[in-house]
Ligand binder design. Structure first.
Ligand code: FES
Length: 132
């Protein structure tokens, strides 16, 4: 276990109280597919969920920003790579306290770069997150 992994583990222990709804998407031809009708019930209330897909190491945070509008962000902190966590108003990193807006912009360091965003397309009731 390297330093970063250790710090992430400690961070999870300290901040693991806010469970985020999770969904298993399907990676297909460079896109992670999310069937909106299959999202966990918490998504309807909170408007965000972590999407995992076999073949990808890290989850993607999807956020419904309006009727039929979605945003997809990497949850890998741009400081040292811990997984950021959603709170009501921000995304926070449990390792060193960086804070990001829901658009992924840095609000407080030590991170200096925004969280990467993924383009999304909505086709009928399937959200397609373009990952490469
Ligand atoms: S890993 Fe250091 S603030 Fe996120």
């Amino acid at each position: 276990m390297d330093r970063r992994q250790f710090m992430c583990l400690i961070g999870i222990g300290l901040c693991g109280c806010a469970a985020t709804a999770s969904y298993q998407g399907r990676l297909e031809q460079g896109r992670v597919l999310v069937r909106l009708d299959e999202l966990p019930p918490e998504f309807a209330e909170k408007h965000y969920a972590l999407v995992r897909a076999a073949g990808r190491d890290e989850p993607i945070l999807i956020h419904r920003t309006g009727e039929g509008a979605f945003r997809a962000l990497s949850v890998r902190c741009t400081h040292l790579g811990c997984q950021v966590r959603p709170s009501r108003s921000f995304l926070t990193c449990p390792c060193h306290g960086s804070t990001f807006s829901w658009e992924g912009e840095v609000l407080r360091g030590p991170a200096q770069k925004a969280l990467p965003r993924y383009p999304v397309e909505l086709r009928e009731r399937t959200l397609e997150i373009i990952v490469n």
